[in-house]
Write a protein that binds this ligand. Structure first.
Ligand code: ATP
Ligand code: MG
Ligand code: FE
Length: 337
């Protein structure tokens, strides 16, 4: 089965053609990062307008690069939530128009389900069940992936998402947007033990996160250094902040895996591209005897291949949508609109 995937939930306009859920024939990603950089974050109105400009050329390019004609497509998969409503609507409207014009079934995909599915593309042998840490710009979840279309949330952030914390700290130390990759890079030349930033854990058996405390601690550290006229090392602050976040993410993921008797753990979402997170997980989960999976960096951040993959597994289970499908900005995982 051949699926055309479309993703426009935030600031990437992306279209992809994927065969049988695992073989990527094309994955065109047009990032708007440069457009939003000067505002230090994504401006929703600008994102929507840019998606409108790009969506048709990006879809055409995906089909062309895949070397297929439209009649080869079996279904159109599209992100319908969660995300920015105006941004989602552009991809959704395009997907509906294409599905209607070409007489193809439409499959609405949950964006986070897509992030998780990126692991299936990277690891052809991976099958559920496994426990997945989804850490992205808007989400920090620990999910028990019971089946391709069955998800149980074991823990989630009570305030900021991990990626959001990276972006805010990057801004505070003057690094620009998006912050994750920049902190990752600076941290390579810093001492992760230089500053002891707080790690927040909840009671045993609870796998929730809280990152607003770490963020505030970093801001306080910077302010007090400035007030005293002391110089601080941006590299050390980045390395220490990253170490604290990674510590909590990895510890909770491994505890959740033990709690559910899982043998396999996976990473997903933009923060899964973080080099220290990958390294720490390899070490600690390796020691705990767990199998470890994560996608290549390009499949961690937003892309339509992961959406086409998730759509494939919904499609073969008969989970198709009708053309009344609407965008749901606050869609919860495991819910269907
Ligand atoms: P969501 O998926 O929750 O709707 P999103 O789609 O905006 O949010 P993603 O594209 O999955 O988020 O990921 C972007 C986030 O990942 C940003 O916050 C970015 O800073 C972070 N990120 C990207 N690369 C890295 C990295 N190497 N280290 C840490 N964080 C990173
Ligand atoms: Mg993005
Ligand atoms: Fe995302």
């Amino acid at each position: 089965k051949i699926i055309l995937g479309i993703e426009t939930s935030c600031d990437e306009t992306s279209a992809s053609v994927v065969k049988n859920g695992r073989e990527v024939l094309s994955n065109v990603i047009s990032s708007q990062v440069d457009l939003h950089q000067k505002y230090g974050g994504v401006v929703p109105e600008i994102a929507s307008r840019k998606h409108v400009e790009l969506i048709i050329p990006v879809v055409n390019q995906a089909i062309e690069e895949a070397g297929i004609t439209p009649d080869a497509i079996d279904a159109v998969g599209v992100t319908y939530g969660p995300g920015l409503v105006g941004a989602l609507l552009v991809g959704l409207s395009a997907a509906k128009a294409i599905a209607f014009a070409w007489g193809k079934p439409l499959v609405g995909v949950h964006h986070i389900e897509g992030h998780i599915a990126a692991n299936y593309i990277q690891h052809k042998e991976l099958q559920p069940p496994f426990v997945c840490l989804v850490a992205s710009g808007g989400h920090s979840h620990i999910v028990h992936v019971e089946d391709y279309d069955r998800f149980k949330i074991l823990g989630k952030t009570r305030d900021d998402a991990a990626g959001e914390a990276f972006d805010k700290v990057a801004r505070a130390v003057g690094l620009g947007y998006p912050g994750g990759p920049l902190i990752d890079k600076m941290a390579k030349n810093g001492n992760p033990k230089a500053v002891d930033f707080p790690r927040v854990y909840f009671e045993k058996g609870c796998f929730d996160f809280s990152f607003s405390g770490i963020k505030t601690a970093v801001l306080n550290y910077l302010n007090s250094a400035e007030q005293k006229g002391e110089k601080y090392s941006v590299e050390d602050v980045c390395a220490s902040f990253q170490a604290a976040v990674v510590d909590v993410l990895v510890t909770n993921l491994i505890s959740a895996a033990k709690h559910t008797n899982s043998k396999k753990v996976a990473l997903a979402g933009g923060v899964a591209a973080n080099s220290m997170l990958r390294k720490e997980l390899e070490e600690q989960a390796g020691r705990a005897g767990l199998e470890i999976y994560y996608p290549s960096p390009i499949l961690c951040t937003d892309n339509a291949a992961m959406i086409a993959c998730a759509a494939y597994y919904e499609f073969v289970r008969g989970n198709v949508s009708d053309l009344n499908l609407n965008a749901i900005p606050g869609l919860k995982l495991g819910e269907r609109g």
